[in-house]
Design a protein around this ligand. Sequence first.
Ligand SMILES: Cc1ncc(C[n+]2csc(CCOP(=O)(O)OP(=O)(O)O)c2C)c(N)n1
Length: 579
Amino acid sequence: MKLTGAQALIKSLEHEAVEVMFGLPGGAILPVYDPLIDSSIRHILVRHEQGAGHMAEGYAHATGRPGVAMVTSGPAATNIVTPLCDAYMDSIPIVVITGQVPYANIGTDAFQECDTVGITMPVTKHNWLVTDAQDIPRIVREAFHVATTGRPGPVLVDVPKDIANQQMDWYWPDGVDMPGYKPTTKGHAKQIKDAARLMSQSRRPVIYAGGGILKARAAEVLRELVELTGFPVVTTLMARGSFPDDHELCLGMPGMHGNYTAVTSMQQADLLVALGSRFDDRVTGKVGAFAPEAKIIHVDIDPAELGKVRQPDVPIVGDCRQVIEELVKAVLADKAKHSGDDTQWPSLAEWQTRLRDWQRDFPLVYDQQPDGPLKPQFCVDQLRDHTPDDTIVVAGVGQHQMWTSQRWKFNHPYTFVNSGGLGTMGFAVPAAIGAKVGMPDRMVWAVDGDGCFQMTAQELVTASSERIPVKIAILNNAYLGMVRQWQELFYEERYSEVYLSPDLPDYVMWAEAMGCVGIRVDSPEEVEPAIDKANDIDDRPVVIDFRTDYREKVYPMVPAGHSNDEIILDPAHDTYGER
Ligand SMILES: Cc1ncc(C[n+]2csc(CCOP(=O)(O)OP(=O)(O)O)c2C)c(N)n1
């Protein structure tokens, strides 16, 4: 069967079971938008290509399936670089198709030409410039394979316009043949045995669960390991929900804004079992002072992670789910072999008591007076308590993100979507739309900052016209709050270019103009009714403008570059630490 390259591209996406793609057409990609009219694939027309990329990410985060975006050449391709980099940092599988100027024009500074493959090379797991329409099905198959296997990540396929118009003979490849790409998924048996041995000696262990748990769909087997060993668990920003917050062995989030117990447990541990985590600087603080007494077991599918920051005692390359399954067996065997010997697998009661004492003595604190200014933490708590348990929560970047991660109870995997590695302001609105498209039966709430919201809010026009009923809570503190916090604490309160204004824009009017319902909340007693009202609306997006107290800071905090031992608690802790 003869097809054009464009027809072959769309047909290949259908063969990859793509149900939806996010994009915006233009000159170089025009040939591919034509056969899309006759395709089963739903296309969501965004207002800015950055939105398409983050929607694809949100879709992938929530569903585990690759998100797909399609845009034209030049400025459209550069507009999607930020989501590519975001997905690269957070290992999110997305496939981006870009149009390119005709092949013969490449290198001539043709209209809307840019070196997309060159620009995106450092922020994609792999990219392809198509030079022959006959290659398209093979390349699409490879692109989805690379995006979703091993350590997942973004890929890009750049399609020159004349190649999209070229005739080819249709085929669909049986599989992929990429001899240079064979991710190791099965952990080494001896290393796994050694890991179990090391675990048997530990008196102060902590499981350091990272985003790799979610990528590997390993939440269930992680729980099995935890319940078998009694080891407490910290869940990083990218792993929130991979182990339920309401479990007694869950210590919550570690790192720069982690809670005291999570941070200090790692510092004082004698063993860290790092599962799909990457010793990010936001978790370790000053690396040389991080968990000084801990031996390290490090499991990761990407061999480049092992020893990148901290040398592991037992490195294991492999897929987290497969490795943990084997580790469970190895622990069972080790326990059986050493039963009766109380030097092995000692009781962890003392350690667990110490952790519980810290949780009691150093809780997260804030003070909402009934007639006082509205506290952002109170808004997050109310949202948490008045939404279904399996609500998908999407955060922007800044203080609101940290409060959301700290205070929400993530009891299910794939319920927290946020930008961890790149910290991309503007992520929340489009990512929430993508998550809702992928999971239409679930409630999706974005918690956003006023600064972040202003970066990509126009995608709510997309959401309204496509009837995607996401809900957005803006914690409007009239500032670039997180930057203000750093200026207050580390730049002697010299506030430089961080004031935004609470009223400009008028968020309610803006929301209404974009086809959403807009609600404004000024005081604590208005919070719950507003949330209830938003929850009842299911035919359009809703935006709540929560006017929050700009003075609130995120605590605890480990100052950048400092040791986690120098964790700063909320100064008010002593006053209302008993809450
Ligand atoms: C695209 C981008 N630009 C700048 C930053 C630096 N930055 C990090 S947090 C932040 C402030 C965010 O302000 P807002 O959205 O109002 O959230 P808040 O911290 O007040 O909750 C800024 C500017 C960033 N992370 N991303």
